[in-house]
Design a protein around this ligand. Structure first.
Ligand code: ZN
Length: 504
């Protein structure tokens, strides 16, 4: 016994959910506080311990030390874990390729980009099975290096406040493209942007006829470089004739050479997934399920806040804009969110929030309606004279065709706001974010980014910049409850962050 205790003295026990793992006190192996890679086996163990009726879990890692650690943790969790979880040193790609359609669930959660695993992952999922995929290379997906994103995911990102939702849609488009090669297609169940990564849950099916519809689910983005306007161009269309449906390329372009709102040019991005990114029925029923078993979820508040916001998103309005940004474009004081939502609803269009950004607004209103609302707002809240060639001046030079009604509409508050359900929660701790990749040297850069306490306490903190993960260190999203929806916010000028689009 003393021998065992002696062996264990170098380890600490980390508990998450129903699983416990041993971790070396000075562990060089990657450990992520939210979720684990096969590295420690934590997630595999949680599946085994917490999911009823589960047959077998296979944990894969190419690193021998990780699998040894994983095996130790399997033993540590007792007979139920040893009977269900097996761990192998293997290249996950080869393993998945040699086990086609064998797994009901495949979970890809690599450090950085999942792009190299997608092709084999879509083949390993059984028909109707679930593929879960995480990407932490947010800087790539959000367009810091558009060409890198194109090389990894086959899609060109444009720059806009919607970038994190675009990241989800680029990942979905990429998975769909890999699936199509094997006569398979995806149906998204849930797609979320959380803290510093995106994670998608998609079901995979096989159907040679359904894959003909893929172009209808993808779009190019035209992003104006002068103002906030963006337009989607679907890749395909269908023609119905004598009860048969034919597929054809879409007719374009959907925009003129110059932006009809401000006169500037467009950047073209995509293709992105422009079909729904969540299964709304599933989200609503899961939310109800979670609420009925509150005690079983330690992260109850976080889960319900995300699912509530997701359930309220307009599922047929891809991407979003920020109210503060459009106010910044015309250099005016921003109307309150409630007033703006009311104006859109009173004009006969729909509007919703987005789980991606507390200040984001999704709407099916065309851009001339959005700008008309701002024109009418500026009429009542005059602004200083602006440079004659600015996009804002061009937008305001037109007279509004719409008579905008800012009176409070009944549906101007989301249901969650009315019920006072928290929709966005602050991060649980300081320096919240991915830790350093196993075996990487900690530099002064890491210390300055994550703080000395974080480095000292866990010794393996910081972010890999190998994949350009700088975006992961973005400040946490501001808590919207701090923003008074009824009060117009103080005047806010455009910042460098807003002027991301480049003149071609
Ligand atoms: Zn424009």
């Amino acid at each position: 016994m003393a021998e065992v205790e002696d062996k264990l003295k170098d380890y600490e026990i980390i508990r998450e959910g129903e699983a416990e793992i041993l971790q070396l006190k000075k562990n060089a192996v990657f450990f992520n506080p939210v979720q684990a890679l096969a590295a420690s086996g934590l997630r595999s163990l949680r599946y085994a311990c917490e999911v009823d009726g589960l047959g077998k879990v296979v944990a894969l890692d190419i690193d021998k030390a990780s699998i040894e650690c994983c095996k130790r943790n399997i033993k540590f969790n007792g007979a139920s874990a040893t009977s269900k979880v097996e761990a192998h040193v293997a290249d996950a790609r080869v393993y998945m390729l040699t086990h086609p359609k064998e797994f009901d669930v495949v979970d890809i959660d690599p450090y950085g980009s999942p792009s190299v695993f997608l092709d084999s992952a879509v083949q390993a999922v059984a028909d109707g099975g679930l593929l879960m995929c995480t990407a932490t290379d947010m800087a790539v997906l959000c367009g810091t290096n558009g060409e890198v994103c194109y090389s990894k995911y086959g899609s060109y990102p444009t720059k806009g406040k919607y970038c994190h939702e675009m990241a989800l849609r680029i990942l979905l488009a990429s998975i769909e493209s890999h699936a199509n090669r094997y006569k398979r297609y995806i149906v998204p169940v849930l797609s979320v942007f959380m803290d510093f990564y995106v994670r998608v849950f998609v079901r995979v099916f096989t159907s040679a006829s359904e894959i003909k519809n893929t172009p209808l689910k993808l779009s190019y983005i035209y992003q104006c470089v002068g103002c906030d306007s963006f337009h989607l161009q679907c890749l395909g269309r269908t023609i119905s004739k004598n009860s048969t449906v034919k597929h054809a390329p879409a007719i374009g372009p959907v925009v003129p050479q110059e932006c009809s709102d401000c006169g500037k040019k467009f950047n073209v991005g995509g293709p992105i997934w422009s079909a729904p990114i969540h299964d709304q029925d599933w989200v609503v029923s899961t939310l109800a399920g979670v609420k009925s078993m509150k005690d079983r979820y330690p992260a109850y508040d976080k889960i319900t806040s995300v699912l509530t916001t997701v359930s309220e998103e307009l599922h047929d309005a891809p991407l979003f804009f920020s109210l503060h940004n459009i106010a910044g474009t015309v250099k005016c004081m921003s109307p309150s969110l409630v007033m703006f939502r009311s104006a859109v609803l009173n004009a006969g269009y729909r509007i919703s929030s987005t789980h991606v950004n507390p200040l984001g607004v999704k709407s099916d209103a065309p851009w001339d309606v959005i700008w008309d609302i701002m024109r009418c707002w500026v009429k009542n809240h005059p602004i200083k004279e602006q440079p004659h060639d600015s996009p804002g001046t061009a937008i305001l030079s037109k007279s509004p065709t719409l008579e905008v009604d800012f009176s409070r509409a009944v549906a101007a508050l989301s249901k969650a706001q009315m019920k006072k359900v928290k929709r966005f929660l602050p991060n649980p701790e300081r320096h919240w974010g991915p830790k350093v990749r196993a075996g990487r040297k900690i530099t002064s850069k890491h210390v300055s980014l994550l703080g000395p306490e974080a480095i000292n306490s866990i010794l393996n903190g910081a972010v890999s910049h190998e994949d350009g993960n700088g975006a992961a260190l973005d400040k946490p999203a501001p808590e919207p409850e701090g923003i008074k929806d009824d009060e117009p916010s103080t005047k806010r000028q455009k910042t460098g962050d807003d002027e991301e689009a480049n003149e071609p």
